[in-house]
Write a protein that binds this ligand. Structure first.
Ligand SMILES: [Zn+2]
Length: 368
């Protein structure tokens, strides 16, 4: 197992308002994680690395020149022409144009490149602002303008990786990453996501092209998730002889998220990530979706707590609880805010029976 200290990658760019009113991502996420970590005393200067925006040249290693140019132009002029909106899906409700968009999106890519560079040196690297897994080479999709996980993977490949395994725990299928590497035999992708939810892909596995999908029924519980981790996720690391891991840890798979119906506890996710980082491989841990500011903040703050080996308090310090109480979310009524989201970090686990639908997903995996 790697003994090098872990890194947290971030930037003040994410403190600026983004996405505009009425957008599900118009909530405080990354700033809240950092603020909470400081209140807990869990993040020191030596562990924090400021990301730099990717250069246009770097962006072009995956994205098309025409798309990057169109985004730059829209960003500079504050306008999106109808044909550009149609072609690149920017300036829509889903992927709005907002001031600072280009800088923010490029920063996320730069952070994921830096993350893989540091991971390659033996560190576990946490980059919670990463995880824009729906972004396409030539268009925006699902609140994602670029696709930063692709760049972590490309960086590992450039540094000599022969088998990168991408594992996606976000509630939505990691379609952009899967499609980006479907023809590259050095990359395997595995996505656990809610079945019959946008983008409605990821219904099957195609081991011959290194594509694995576990579409799960609504209300997946911790026991079911742990079963899939044990039977599918962990064996795949050995099966593909992975020499680097990229994990997409969207928080929308947690109970309480307004945009999905998975019901996992943050503890189940932390445990899964612990088991993966415990493999001792260069590992990048990214964020992703997540539309409940309380569950997102607790999940990612706790993720860093696990990665950096902190001891978890039973109750959050009063200052942290007051901070969480001030967060707002248009998609969640005040009376739906669980008191535990304000006073604790770790969820009470949600065990349950393992349904046949879950058991039947275990094919294509070694030992099954
Ligand atoms: Zn998602």
């Amino acid at each position: 197992m790697s003994s090098a200290a872990p890194f947290y990658i971030g930037s003040d760019v994410y403190r600026k308002p983004a996405f505009g009113p009425n957008h599900p991502l118009n909530i405080v996420r990354h700033a809240a994680v950092l603020d909470l970590l400081h209140m807990l005393g869990w993040l020191d200067e030596n562990s924090f690395r400021e990301s730099q925006p990717a250069t246009v040249e770097q962006l072009l290693e995956f994205h098309s020149r025409a798309y990057v140019r169109a985004l730059q132009y829209a960003n500079a002029t504050g306008k999106v022409e109808p044909d550009v909106r149609e072609r690149y899906q920017v300036g829509t409700f889903e992927n709005p144009l907002f001031p600072g968009l280009f800088e923010r999106a490029s920063m996320t890519v730069g952070g994921s490149i830096l993350s893989a560079e540091l991971a390659q040196k033996g560190h576990v690297v946490f980059h919670p602002t990463g995880g824009t897994h729906h972004g396409r080479a030539d268009r925006a999709s699902g609140f994602c303008y670029f696709n930063d996980p692709v760049f972590s993977i490309l960086t590992f490949l450039k540094e000599g990786s022969r088998s990168v395994l991408y594992i996606d725990f976000d509630a939505h299928h990691g379609d952009g990453v899967e499609d980006a590497f479907v023809d590259d035999e050095r990359v395997t992708t595995l996505s656990i996501h809610e079945a019959r939810r946008w983008p409605f892909s990821g219904t099957h596995s195609h081991p011959e092209t290194g594509v694995y999908n576990l579409p799960v029924p609504r209300k997946i519980n911790d026991s079911e998730f742990e079963f899939l981790v044990e039977e599918c996720v962990l064996p795949l690391v050995g099966q593909v002889e992975a020499d680097a891991l990229v994990l997409c840890c969207g928080a929308d798979c947690l109970a309480g998220d307004p945009l999905s119906k998975m019901e996992l506890s943050n503890v189940a996710l932390w445990d899964a990530v612990d088991r993966l980082t415990g493999k001792g491989l260069p590992t990048v841990v990214l964020g992703g979706g997540g539309y409940n500011p309380w569950t997102v903040t607790r999940y990612w703050a706790g993720m860093w707590g696990r990665i950096s080996g902190q001891s978890f308090p039973e109750k959050l310090p009063a200052e942290a609880s007051e901070y969480l109480r001030e967060l707002e979310c248009d998609l969640i009524d005040e009376d739906e805010v669980d008191e535990a989201w304000l006073t604790t970090l770790a969820d009470t686990p949600y065990p349950g029976p393992i349904r046949d639908e879950i058991r039947s997903l275990v094919g294509h995996f070694e030992g099954s």
